[in-house]
Design a protein around this ligand. Structure first.
Ligand SMILES: O=C(O)C1=C[C@@H](OP(=O)(O)O)[C@@H](O)[C@H](O)C1
Ligand SMILES: C=C(OP(=O)(O)O)C(=O)O
Length: 455
């Protein structure tokens, strides 16, 4: 096998325009449900590549997310010396040789925008023989790393240097990890995932204490390859062991499904049901759909056969005559909808009462401070919205699209901006869309089902 640059994958990948014009409702003759297939999941793709690289033998991963974060993730593994070979447009073989096969010294790996990759790679490198500096783009260098570094230190990692205020870049000096007991003091899933991976690669058993049971894709993948991970609501017990190769088709992204559902509910076609096919319905990711239900929409999951650690379903959405405002402050529900909260705030403008989102201070440490950028976005539409310490409040308001909507460099907030524009009839210019490629390069093409798009 030979190392490959990411450019060899996804030959027909869309490169979204930075500017588009929306020109009103798309003609949708006929009745019956609309159907769509969301893109493959980014969080699972990024974990699967790293679990494959840290295991032993040739893993085969197909239906990988074609987004920028995943491409960078593959390039970083290749930079570390992991052999990766494309075996189709969206599939790779990864030659896992265990983290100890990574022996580079004085290497700097740039993960660009992906915090998931930064945090999981830190754990893998910590258990290797390498000495690596991990850095990222300007936005990522403002995001917290100390919450990952602390638990890894507790498991025996040697992280010798960390940037100002606990941010990237960090220098990781790999060595055998003894394992031990680590505590995660934030709601975020990523420090838990990093600690889990380090624990699975350690020499002795570990226990990880967490504050909230958030997304558990790492737990599921590790169990899938035979690592013992026992779970109570707030602890994880891990028995390390070397694992073999992984064969996995990545399931559909519930966050991508949420975007399609939100656009549909905002559109003039919401009278028709929408069916979203083959979506991962891990309950720690599907908070958006539970919130939609409590707002009054009908959401049905119909299970689909699968051979992955995640459950899959076709999701059918039917609009409510009138959405209700909701109060969302249960930490587990918030984490299970964390990336979709800007879109919930957008849909809340349609509701018949105020929506309040709390316990969501994690939003402040994303690509942007999403509490600030979501409120700014809503205000561009004339919405009465206000930030709180740990969330935001949205009053239902008659809204109007600005002639030009200037979007922040943050895909999740851009998706909310698109939903708001569709909600106002689907007219207007959108500027600054390029960041949709972070997770969903094809999002603008998908939009054409509901509105006319000119590039
Ligand atoms: O673990 C993951 O794959 C992610 C976890 C969440 O971040 P936090 O764990 O930092 O809350 C989420 O916002 C991010 O999109 C991806
Ligand atoms: C914040 C996100 O991802 P990450 O933390 O991996 O950058 C996201 O996808 O919204």
């Amino acid at each position: 096998m030979s190392n490959i640059p990411s450019t060899q994958l996804f030959p027909s990948r869309t490169h979204p325009s930075d500017r588009i014009r929306l020109c009103g409702v798309q003609d949708q003759p006929g009745f019956g449900p609309l159907t769509a297939v969301p893109h493959p999941d980014k969080a699972i793709s990024q974990r699967a590549t790293i679990v494959a690289a840290a295991g032993h033998g040739v893993s085969r991963l197909s239906n990988l997310a074609d987004c920028r974060d995943l491409l960078r993730n593959l390039d970083c593994l290749a930079d570390l010396g992991v052999n990766i070979r494309p075996i189709g447009d969206d599939a790779v073989e990864i030659q896992g040789q265990g983290p100890e096969a990574v022996t580079s010294t004085s290497l700097t790996v740039d993960v660009d925008n992906s915090a998931t990759t930064a945090r999981l790679l830190t754990a893998m490198v910590a258990a290797s023989d390498a000495d690596v500096t991990i850095t990222g783009n300007t936005a990522l260098r403002r995001r917290p790393m100390a919450e990952v570094v602390g638990p890894l230190h507790a498991l025996g990692a040697d992280i010798v240097d960390i940037g100002p205020n606990g941010h990237l870049p960090i220098q990781v000096r790999g060595r055998p990890l003894p394992g031990g007991s680590a505590r995660i003091d934030v709601h975020s899933a990523q420090p838990v995932s990093a600690a889990l991976l380090a624990a699975a690669l350690a020499q002795g058993p570990s226990v990880i204490h967490r504050r909230v049971a958030a997304r558990d894709h790492t737990e599921r993948l590790l169990r899938w390859v035979g690592v013992e991970v026992e779970e109570t609501p707030l602890t994880l017990h891990v028995q390390p062991r070397a694992w073999g190769p992984l064969s996995l088709r990545i399931p559909g992204d519930p966050s991508g499904a949420a975007f399609l559902a939100a656009v549909h509910l905002a559109s003039a076609h919401r009278e028709r049901p929408l069916v979203l096919r083959e979506v991962c319905i891990n309950s720690r990711r599907t908070g958006f759909f539970r919130i939609l239900r409590s707002m009054g929409a009908e959401v049905d999951f119909s299970a689909v056969d699968h051979d992955t650690p995640e459950e899959l379903a076709n999701i059918t959405i039917r609009a409510a005559d009138q959405l209700r405002g909701v109060h969302i402050d249960d930490p587990e529900l918030v984490q299970s909808a964390i990336d979709e909260l800007p879109m919930i705030a957008a849909l809340a403008t349609l509701a018949n009462g105020e929506t309040r989102i709390g316990q969501a201070s994690e939003l402040r440490g994303k690509d942007t401070d999403r509490i600030v950028t979501t409120v700014e976005l809503l205000r561009q539409f004339g919405v009465q919205a206000r930030p709180t310490m740990d969330g935001l409040h949205v009053r239902p308001t008659p809204i109007q699209a600005p002639a030009i909507l200037q979007l922040p460099r943050d895909h999740r907030v851009i998706f909310a901006g698109i939903v708001l524009t569709v909600l106002t009839g689907g007219y207007g210019e959108l500027h600054g869309l390029e960041a949709v490629a972070t997770s969903y390069p094809n999002a603008i093409n998908e939009l054409r089902r509901w509105v006319v798009v000119e590039e």
